[in-house]
Design a protein around this ligand. Structure first.
Ligand code: NAD
Length: 496
């Protein structure tokens, strides 16, 4: 019998009301089932949202540094359980163990960072324009946050949202991805073990139906979403209609530019990691490589050589660099884009098909793939493929490289390899992205820095860093008049 998992509502593990379930398998060994998870509906979301609403007053009036103590304990427990969590994470979503260890470490960093911020939830004091009057702004929690996430960073990305939301005094209903439900369940247990009070954090499993019910629920005051643009746009429309605060973190089509003066060994190492780490299934994956024409041909040949050294396999086995795609749908999508690239006239230099050698046949593996002679207007240069497919484009100058990098509706991450300080600063200014790396690949976020994208990648908010604390709080402006008189701003004080 497969393990049967439940939702976590008001401090207890419960089945979904309708009793429906979905299966989750190991994408590297599809015969291995991770478990059965509740396919939740509106009634389950309702129970969770009500529990959160009920828990909110006590949690929000708990002194913030006491909430921080719980976050610190969460950080300690994540540290203790890091390897076990990473092992399970690899089992359910596929990326290699070293990467899932990094994923959990990011959650640890976020927990300690959020804990420290609970002593720093600053407001402002500003001079009044009137005598004997005191002006300040303070932060107030919003209420209940509905959090919906993708599967590719199943511990790190949820905790980018959960920990700051808790630090600020909000209650939570979290719906993890149906492709990473086990990580969500382990996280819920850990939060409970660390002392998060019942009802403050609730977990509801399921897919689109549960997600839609969560966004629509009247007790959900704010929604934070990480996932695809298609789903994010729908959620945006609902939140607009219902006047809900919304943070969107969506797709990317990130470019790495390499100039002729760059440290080419470093640039090569960077693009291998940026393009094929997490099997290209990162919002920040390097999916376009823009090479200056002076180095183009030699760089491509070296890259093709290096790609042959990548070892595909089950991520919990030693020495594996690239895991599987997450499911059959992803495999089909990547294969479709390979056809699109070929039909558009790009040159398929390596890869381009499912990897089926030996044990790889048991999983959703796809060969690391490189397209050369890609033009900026081709679909493989503009659309998010979310797989191990790298498109190489050629540029005659920095200006052309920057133009190519910007020729997409996405704006998450970007990178330039150069030793020229002037070019580096021009790229920091010119590249249309929420993140620019100089002499680093497009990936590698740090927990205490704002993370997010411009253009169609986001809606102006950031996960991570100090900015996320603005999302999970409302500003209240407070005036204290101790003059003992009615003072009329703008009228009493006007010069004429
Ligand atoms: P997805 O949009 O299919 O699913 C994301 C989440 O939304 C899941 O939990 C899913 O169950 C839920 N969902 C689906 N339909 C819904 C609906 N109608 N209403 C409410 N919720 C719904 O994305 P995915 O395949 O899980 O993840 C891949 C995408 O996520 C890629 O586009 C990737 O770039 C993006 N991503 C972005 C970031 C970032 O921070 N910018 C990070 C990781 C992944």
């Amino acid at each position: 019998m497969p393990d049967a998992f439940q939702n976590f509502v008001n401090g207890s593990w419960v089945d979904a009301e309708q009793g429906a379930t979905f299966e989750k398998v190991n994408p590297a060994r599809t015969q291995e089932m991770i478990g059965l998870f509740p396919e939740s509906g509106a009634a389950d979301v309702d129970a969770a949202a009500r529990a959160a609403r009920k828990a909110f007053p006590a949690w929000s009036s708990t002194p913030a540094p006491q909430r921080g103590e719980i976050l610190r304990r969460i950080g300690d427990l994540l540290t203790e359980r890091k390897k076990a969590l990473a092992f399970e994470e690899t089992r359910e979503m596929g990326k290699p163990f070293a990467e899932t260890c990094g994923d959990v470490q990011e959650a640890i960093d976020t927990a300690y960072y959020a804990a420290s911020e609970t002593r720093r939830l600053f407001g402002r004091t500003v001079p009044s324009e009137l005598p004997d009057k005191f002006n300040m702004s303070v932060r107030r929690p919003i209420g209940v946050a509905g959090l919906i996430t993708a599967w590719n960073f199943p511990i790190a990305v949820p905790t980018w949202k959960i920990f700051p939301a808790l630090a600020c005094g909000n209650a939570i209903v979290f719906k993890p991805s149906e492709e990473a439900p086990h990580s969500g369940a382990l996280l819920a247990q850990l939060l409970s073990d660390a002392g998060v009070p019942p009802g403050v954090f609730n977990l509801v499993h399921g897919g689109a139906a549960a997600g839609e019910a969560l966004v629509e629920h009247p007790d959900i005051d704010a929604v934070s979403f990480t996932g695809s643009n298609a789903v994010g746009s729908k959620i945006g429309a609902t939140c607009g209609r219902l006047h809900k605060r919304l943070a969107l973190e969506m797709g990317g089509k990130n470019a790495q530019i390499v100039m002729p003066d760059a440290d080419l060994d470093l640039a090569l190492e960077g693009v291998l990691w940026g393009a094929f780490g997490t099997t290209g299934q990162r919002c920040t994956a390097t999916s376009r490589l823009v090479l200056h024409e002076a180095i183009h041909d030699a760089f491509v040949e070296r890259l093709l050589e290096q790609m042959q050294t990548l070892v595909l396999g089950y991520g919990n086995d030693e020495g594996v660099h690239v895991g599987p795609l997450v499911n059959q749908k992803a495999l089909d999508k990547v294969a479709r884009y390979v056809e699109v690239g070929q039909s558009e006239g790009a040159t398929l230099r390596v890869g381009g098909k499912r990897a089926t050698e030996g044990a790889l046949a048991e999983g959703f593996f796809f060969e690391p793939t490189l397209f050369a002679d890609v033009a900026p207007d081709m679909r493989i240069a503009r659309e998010e493929i979310f797989g191990p497919v790298l498109s190489v484009l050629k540029a005659a100058s920095y200006e052309e490289a920057a133009r190519i990098a910007n020729a997409t509706r996405y704006g998450l991450s970007s990178s330039i390899y150069t030793q020229d300080v002037s070019l580096a600063y021009r790229a920091m200014r010119d590249l249309e992205a929420g993140i620019t790396y100089v002499n680093g690949p497009t990936i590698g976020a740090e927990a205490h820095m704002p993370f997010g994208g411009i253009k169609h990648t986001g809606n102006g908010h950031r996960d991570g860093g100090w900015e996320v604390f603005d999302f999970y709080t409302e500003t209240k402006t407070v005036y204290v008049d101790y003059s003992g008189q009615l003072q009329k701003a703008q009228m009493d004080n006007a010069a004429s």
